[in-house]
Design a protein around this ligand. Structure first.
Ligand SMILES: Cc1ncc(COP(=O)(O)O)c(C=O)c1O
Length: 390
């Protein structure tokens, strides 16, 4: 199930890989866009006579292979594995690598669902979770020295407070302590940040976000160049079956083709929005790594090729933040992020409601913006009007 174009494609630049890796035209018809293979099963040339390894839709599908080849290529990896959601991908990775008694050391403002999965689904099976501020290297070193962790789970920029963690430094710390270093690269996307090149072992994606890019598909991916680890995750992908369906895989593939230019525009618009908000007297704080005042700005400038499309802001208090969240017209109030259209979310009651009252709780005065690719002036005018109405 390998893609014959993958080897030559590996030498190309990011935007070329995003458009071409795994996307060779259909050899029978010349159709430039590879067809969507909906078949759940494959004819065998005699028992066990499989064509290109395809046997049954859960174990393999050519449309999924095309996506997996593309995702591996754009992260600079050997293996990409695609799943039905970001959390399904995380679940497969965690169950492939952990056993009862093991612990995950998690950043203290990672996506709430990641914490919920480990604490509430894997917890009853004997897996432990500790949290630490991943942007504080001394705190991470102390936590690892106190007790070993099987996995060091890094999310940078983090959701929703845009904390920046130093991937290269954390990879060294994690490896010295014998941990597998996992980076959730959902917020940056590989167009802006390549964690494997910085020393991480595994990259996790909610492809629902920037990779899909159009808010029309839910999916996830695991990316690694570790053959043995990929084998274990692939076995679980097959054995548990949380695979992406062919139409979902195809939509994600189509989204990835424009990732490079979308991320450029998201970053430009987010920068303009962040600077507007930073100068507004109703806004108490702006969280955006592109601002020189952001504590992680220098690390972000070193390890990212752009600061991304997410901006969070703090208002005076929770009720004001709630009102802002309900007062925009171009920004749509909705969960999720990373689509071409601008969205806004009140984390405490929406995306991060599951971590209320825990160490990962998001301050009630915070609103998260997913800045889309519309005209920046229109986005700023919308926020300006909403802030004036408070
Ligand atoms: C950073 C991050 N990781 C993982 C996930 C989970 O992905 P999914 O919703 O596709 O299961 C999300 C979802 O919001 C996320 O923001």
């Amino acid at each position: 199930m390998t893609d014959p174009t993958a080897a030559s494609a590996a030498a190309r630049g990011f935007a070329s890989l995003a458009v071409h890796a795994g996307q060779q035209f259909d050899p029978t018809t010349g159709a430039v866009i590879p067809p969507i293979h909906l078949s759940s099963t494959y004819a065998q040339d005699g028992i066990g006579g499989l064509r290109n390894g395809y046997e049954y839709g859960r174990s393999g599908n050519p449309t999924r292979t095309a996506l997996e080849t593309q995702i591996a290529a754009i992260e600079g990896a050997t293996h990409g594995l695609s799943f039905a959601s970001g959390l399904a991908a995380e679940d497969a990775l965690l169950r492939a690598t952990l056993k009862p008694g093991d612990e995950v050391l998690l950043g203290n403002d990672v996506y709430g669902g990641t914490h919920r999965l480990i604490a509430r689904v894997l917890g009853p099976w004997g897996v432990g979770v500790r949290v630490v501020d991943m942007s504080d290297l001394d705190a991470v070193a102390a936590a690892l020295a106190k007790r070993p962790a099987t996995i060091l789970w890094v999310e940078t920029p983090s959701n929703p407070l845009l904390k920046i963690s130093d991937i290269a430094a954390l990879a060294c710390l994690g490896h010295d302590a014998g941990a597998l270093v996992v980076v959730d690269n959902t917020f940056a996307s590989p167009a802006l940040q390549q964690p494997l090149a910085l020393g991480a072992d595994v990259v996790v994606h909610s492809t629902t976000k920037y990779l899909g890019g159009h808010s029309d598909v839910v999916g996830g991916a695991i990316v690694t160049s570790d053959d043995a680890l990929a084998e274990k995750v692939r076995f679980l992908q097959f054995a548990a079956g949380a695979v992406s369906g062919p139409l979902d895989a195809w939509l994600t593939t189509r989204g990835i083709k424009t990732l490079a230019i979308r991320m450029q525009r998201h970053s430009e618009n987010a920068d303009a929005v962040a600077r507007f908000l930073a100068g507004h007297d109703r806004v108490a704080e702006v969280y955006y790594p592109g601002l020189e005042s952001h504590p992680g700005h220098e690390i972000a400038a070193r390890q990212m090729r752009g600061f991304g499309g997410i901006v969070s802001l703090a208002l005076a208090d929770g009720p004001t933040a709630r009102r802002l969240a309900e007062s925009t017209s171009l920004f749509t109030l909705a969960e999720s992020l990373g689509g071409v259209e601008s969205l806004l979310n009140y984390p405490d009651e929406m995306t991060h409601a599951s971590v209320r009252g825990t160490e990962l709780a998001v301050p009630v005065e915070v609103v998260r913006l997913s800045v889309g690719i519309e005209d920046a002036d229109d986005l700023i005018a919308d926020l300006d009007a909403a802030l004036a109405s408070l």
